[in-house]
Design a binder for this molecule. Structure first.
Ligand code: KG4
Ligand code: ZN
Length: 348
């Protein structure tokens, strides 16, 4: 069974082939045309996907040592994402599936992130057995969900404003770092002191005097973002330049601290012994380390995607399609894109 996965929801054009549940090729091209704008420009993203889609899919098929006639199904991101960007991959995938006479499987981008820790490359196959708690943290989403063995899930917490990745990117921009600033802050923070400045941690035990935060699994990062901005405005540019690594480490500590506290609170409250982190921010080394320490302390198994599969990729799209097909889900012949911004909001 060869499944072609296609991902074009934001600024990565990606194609992957999954054979019998294992990844045989994964091609990811990250768009560099947005760097000078400090964020993704939707129209540029769509045009870049259009320019690259044929060669990326071709490369994925060639790398897997097959021809397109050996494909059994095609899966593509059907949202959420930038609508024009999603439409490029979705239309291409449906056109190819129709031309080859094979099934098409629409995949929800956030759900694909949730299952990305279980992408198999052959040797390291780890199927989720019981329930697990998933922290999905990307540039557009931050949500905590409880995932059942039948792939269904319930969102128990989400951001009320900015996503964690957005908090990294926007505070990084204030520090003069290029887009996306998340990985740059991660690297810079290695040389910094995370206790240099205490930025606020909203809706946590630290920020609430009463116990009202207990059982509140929502996040809020906009206050922290404003606090970084006003604090930076009070410093000289020499001071900021000299302490850039310390400031980056302090910002990272504030974001990571909240993510760990809330995830462990869900694990504890639900009595679930497995936790996974997925989405672009799951590549963050401080988050990985802090979450691993917290899980070790409480005897919880932590599942992490390979860093290659933390950010957007087509292997996760093909993997979720495979899980759905193996659980009897019928593939569709035609799928219309839904212009929703947040699947999490729709599910809640
Ligand atoms: O999942 P993703 O590739 O795209 C979305 O679906 O949004 O996530 C991109 C986000 C960006 O905000 C980026 O700054 C962040 O993930 N990111 C990181 C790291 N690598 C990517 N944030 C912190 N540390 C990293 N190492
Ligand atoms: Zn994503």
């Amino acid at each position: 069974m060869n499944i072609l996965g296609i991902e074009t929801s934001c600024d990565e054009t990606s194609g992957a082939i999954l054979r019998n549940g294992h990844v045989c090729s994964s091609v990811i091209s990250s768009q560099l045309c947005h760097t000078s704008f400090g964020g993704v420009v939707p129209e540029l993203a769509s045009r870049e996907h259009e320019r690259l889609i044929v060669s990326i899919v071709d490369a994925a098929i060639t790398e897997a040592n097959i021809t397109k006639n050996e494909l059994d199904a095609i899966a593509a991101t059907a949202g959420p994402g930038l609508i024009g960007a999603v439409m490029v991959g979705l239309s291409f995938a449906q056109g190819l599936a129709w031309a080859l006479g094979i099934p098409f499987v629409p995949v929800n981008h956030i759900e694909a992130h949730i299952f990305s820790p279980f992408i198999s490359e052959g040797a390291c196959h780890r199927a989720p057995e019981g329930c697990f708690v998933s922290l999905t943290v990307s540039g557009g989403h931050t949500l905590l969900s409880v995932v059942e063995p039948d792939l269904s899930y319930t969102v128990v917490g989400r951001t009320l404003d900015d996503a964690a990745g957005e908090a990294f990117d926007k505070t990084g921009k204030m520090l003069g770092l290029p887009y996306p600033a998340g990985p740059v802050i991660d690297k810079l923070a290695e040389q910094g002191d995370p206790s240099f400045h205490l930025f606020p941690r909203a809706l946590t035990s630290r920020s609430q005097s009463s116990k009202s935060w207990l059982g509140n699994f929502d996040f809020s990062f906009s206050g922290m973002k404003t606090s970084v901005l006003t604090w930076l405005q009070r410093q000289t540019s020499e001071f900021i330049e000299f302490h850039k690594a310390d400031i980056a480490a302090s910002i990272q500590a504030a974001i990571v601290g909240v993510l760990v506290e809330k995830s462990m609170a869900v694990v504890r409250s639900r009595g679930i012994r497995a936790l996974s982190i997925a989405g672009g921010v799951s590549a963050n080394s401080a988050l990985r380390n802090a979450m691993q320490e917290a899980c070790d302390r409480e005897g919880v198994t932590l599942y992490l995607p390979k860093t290659l599969y933390s950010t957007d990729n087509a292997a996760m799209i093909a993997t979720l399609a495979n899980l759905k097909i193996s659980r009897g889900m019928k593939a569709e012949c035609h799928y219309n894109i839904t212009p929703y911004a947040s699947f999490a909001a729709a599910k809640r």
